[in-house]
Design a binder for this molecule. Structure first.
Ligand SMILES: *Cc1c(COP(=O)(O)O)cnc(C)c1O
Length: 223
């Protein structure tokens, strides 16, 4: 029941145009089903194998988002069903996604992950690299992917001014990248904000939030 209540509470706070990705990583099917039964259809996972297993066992109208770092050699396992890949942080990965999507005769929506945090541990490309990719001739040949937006993760810090400034950086990058015209590029989505900072993210332009622990409770990595 608590998951249902948490979901209801969070949804009541989100503006209509903000998509909620319920981050279900490490959580059992029973927890995800509780959210599903309460009407949640979009779930985010950060490990491909775990997402594949959950996809196999769960209702097929669920939209699965890959929000974690993606290894190129594992794209093939999710290419038949993944609905959005948030963490595209290099061109080689994008080309592999295109190749695997072609095998399934589908177009896979992708977000470019932009590095906005000051820490070295966070993945992502610079805005300049993203621009370079979208303007390249090679990009125009990728018919089985579509770039639908950007994703970013703020620094892990209590300094809210810094976090807000990082969110603003992502919004500005989005605005610049959005000016590029290509058939496989239609930027609509700014994926930023997690349990601890989603309100601030929305204030700064997010329209897709990735929320885990505030819905499902704290994760336990030791089991
Ligand atoms: C785990 C995770 C989240 C959700 O984090 P919470 O703090 O539990 O809301 C969001 N985005 C990414 C990329 C994650 O890996």
């Amino acid at each position: 029941m608590i998951i249902k209540q948490n979901l209801k509470h969070i949804k009541s706070q989100l503006p209509k145009d903000v998509t909620l990705v319920a981050v279900s990583k490490t959580k059992p099917i029973s927890d995800i089903m509780e959210a599903y039964d309460a009407g949640q259809l979009v779930f985010g996972e950060n490990k491909i194998q775990e997402m594949v297993e959950k996809h196999e066992q769960m209702p097929k109208d669920i939209e699965w988002h890959m929000i974690g770092h993606v290894q190129r050699n594992k794209v093939k396992y999710m290419a038949s069903f993944v609905s959005l890949i948030h963490g595209v942080d290099n061109f080689k990965l994008l080309k592999e996604i295109n190749k695997q999507a072609l095998k399934h005769d589908r177009v896979i929506n992708c977000l470019l992950q932009i590095k906005i945090a000051s820490e070295n541990t966070k993945f992502g490309m610079t805005e300049a690299t993203a621009l370079e990719i979208l303007k390249s001739e090679e990009f125009k040949n990728l018919k089985n992917i579509k770039i639908t937006g950007v994703m970013g993760m703020a620094s892990f810090t209590d300094n809210l001014e810094q976090v807000a400034s990082e969110f603003k950086t992502l919004k500005a990058a989005f605005n610049n990248l959005k000016t590029i015209q290509a058939f496989n590029c239609d930027l609509q989505t700014i994926s930023m904000g997690m349990s601890g900072d989603y309100e601030l993210a929305i204030e700064n332009g997010s329209n897709m939030v990735r929320i885990g622990s505030s819905i499902f409770g704290a994760r336990n990595y030791s089991i």
